[in-house]
Design a protein around this ligand. Structure first.
Ligand code: PLP
Length: 407
């Protein structure tokens, strides 16, 4: 792992671009949203990347996230902040999903979720661009990853989360050095507070997609999948979609890899999975809309995808449609059942959002949307250990006679 972090590699960012209008923005400056109020995308000189790095040279490197340096925005190795961002494994779950389904288990990343991928990059860039104070709205995992990385580089962080955010998330955020506040509202209400403080110049706004580099970090999921599948992509990807950073990032990664000539034009069908209690993208997809309206009265146990309104809605919908995939909603009972089945039958403890992808896959199989011969990847985005589990209340009195047959 160390070798990718110590080697100085050339970098190739040329500029940033508004994802809506294509307007160009200078690299190496601090940016939030574009003037049109949309996410900015980082662009690279891919011809030069291709000349500097071959697929073979890449393959020979250690497999951590930083092996992809030439396709990442950080200019100076000294600004990289790392807690050990490993390549996550693809784990088969044959008993609960059949022989051709693999779970990309992101729960093994630092701070126990794939938010580490986005935040490790965004924090490195904040450091590179001289940011000293960051604020963020979070449902839990993003705040934890931000706190960990920002603390490590000495950037001050203030984190706002909905009041019903699980205790473990709030505590891990605090313990990793952020100032954390519970707010009586949802994540977009927290985002409004962050936006107000940013407008007053109090801090830099780190909301999902409101700074350009989280997408670049999340993009590494797509890069890794390509390498892990031998430079051919799976047939379908089921992604639990809140702000959609990962789905948008992977779609961008595939495009860059094709331009490099490292993969062909075949793309997976991208399935954006949401909880049916908070499914703005599903509703917009089904209505044929380009943008998604705010979802009122959101409720689901899958907190990570409880996002009533996403700034990148049109990017999610565009990727899903271009890929020939769909946006799918699943209910909490199906999510719980999927988590339960996978743990009890395959020994892999999913987070609820990961359970949502398994539930959606099963439903897609039932409706013929996918067939069981197809190679499918489900994303488990956080370790199941952070979430409530059913009680296991049995006790044994060692002083009494033990009925061994009943154990
Ligand atoms: C943030 C999060 C998601 C949603 O990810 P996006 O890329 O923001 O859509 C899904 N699951 C978990 C566990 C999360 O923390």
């Amino acid at each position: 792992m160390l070798s990718n972090l110590t080697a100085d590699r050339p970098t190739f960012v040329t500029h940033l671009e508004c994802s809506m209008t294509g307007e160009r923005y200078a690299a190496d400056r601090l940016h939030g949203l574009s003037r049109a109020g949309r996410p900015l995308l980082v662009r690279y000189d891919l011809d030069a990347v291709g000349a500097a790095l071959s697929r073979e040279a890449l393959t020979a490197r250690d497999t951590d996230l930083w092996r992809w340096r030439e396709l990442l925005p950080v200019r100076h190795t000294g600004n990289i902040v790392s807690l050990g961002e490993i390549e996550t494994p693809l784990v088969p779950i044959p008993k609960s999903a059949g022989p051709n389904v693999l779970v990309k288990d992101e729960g093994r990343l630092p701070t126990g979720s794939f938010k580490a991928r986005g935040l490790v990059m965004a924090v490195a860039m904040a450091k590179e661009l001289g940011v000293t104070r960051i604020a963020m709205p979070t449902n839990g995992n993003a705040g934890a990853a931000l706190a960990a990385y920002a603390t490590r580089v000495g950037i001050e962080t203030i984190v706002f989360c909905p009041e019903d955010t699980p205790e473990i998330n709030v505590r891990e955020i605090a313990m990793q050095g952020a100032r954390v506040w519970r707010v009586n509202g949802l994540i977009d209400d927290c985002g409004a507070i962050v936006g107000k403080g940013a407008a007053e110049g109090r801090w830099f706004d780190f909301s999902t997609l409101k700074e350009p580099y989280r997408i670049e970090g999340k993009k590494t999921m797509g890069l890794e999948l390509a390498a892990q599948f031998g430079w051919e992509l799976p047939d379908a990807i089921f992604y639990p979609t809140g702000g959609g950073t990962g789905l948008i990032g992977m779609w961008k990664a595939f495009d860059e890899l094709e331009k490099l000539g490292w993969i062909g034009s075949k793309r997976p069908r991208m399935y954006a999975v949401q909880a049916s209690g908070c499914a703005p993208i599903v509703r917009a997809f089904e209505a044929g809309e380009e943008h998604a309206e705010r979802w009122e009265d959101s409720h689901t146990i899958a907190m990570g995808i409880r996002v009533p309104k996403a700034v990148g809605d049109f990017l999610i919908l565009r990727a899903v449609r271009e890929s020939g995939g769909k946006a799918l909603g699943v209910g909490d009972p199906a999510i719980l059942k999927a988590v339960d089945d996978c743990a009890r039958r395959d020994g892999l403890l999913l987070c609820p959002e990961g359970g949502a992808t398994l539930a959606a896959y099963r439903e897609a199989l039932r409706t013929g949307e996918v067939d069981e011969e197809e190679r499918v990847v489900l994303f488990n985005c956080a370790t199941g250990l952070k979430y409530p589990m059913p009680a296991a209340p049995q006790t044994l009195d060692r002083h009494a006679a033990i009925d061994f047959d009943a154990l």
